[in-house]
Design a protein around this ligand. Sequence first.
Ligand code: MG
Length: 259
Amino acid sequence: MKFTRFTANSSVYTGVLEEDTIKVINGDFFGEWEFTGETFSSADAKLLAPLEPNQIIGIGANYVSKTEDLPEQLPEIPVFFFKPVSSVIGPEEEIIIPEGIEQVKFESELAIVIGKEAKNVPESDILDYVFGYTVGNDVTAPQFFHQDGHWTIGKSFDSFTPLGPVIETELDPFSVRVEARLNGAEKQNSSTELMIIPIRKMISYLTNVMTLKPGDVILTGSPVGAEMVSAGDVIECQIQQIGNLRNVFVTAKEAAKTY
Ligand code: MG
């Protein structure tokens, strides 16, 4: 099922997308919900980020370019970082390049949405705690990485975490390709099999550290090919089975004009 959040007629709705129709639902899609009977054509709906995350955790440098490069020994402590929930935007919203810099980096990623509270869950059971999957763009300003290695500021600006267009609950995350097109030209296109820390290990590891909750989002890392981009560039992050997450980069000044 493809869950969406959207606005139509100035109201915010949650729904299930089926081809060109969105069926409105009532309730919490992590728990109890029902169809209301109301429907919208997707052409009349402006999609929002498909959830308001509880928290966002990313993993750094998690792809190799080809299977032969996968390391035999995995790092003992994976590089995880947090992104603030205030950095989330939806499809077609503007990504704002912070004042004082000219360029930022896009990173197309498979984003995992947790659906059930998870603590100390073994790898074999961990997918039972996943609600579904969406596409994330882990926008990054490396100019703001601290020299001591902290990434937080460079990952945290408003608009730096586009998510969407939907949460697909019926995805096999091991057989998808993570793609990015910059101004129409392909820049990233890798199978999730090229992840260094695989999905089950990544989530299970996190549950040994912290209790994961419904609405937590885990950004699973970006394939090779991410690039620095400037105002006016159009980025489309895509996983075919989920959809296409398109956003335009603007300068902080241009954004100020818009809002
Ligand atoms: Mg990333």
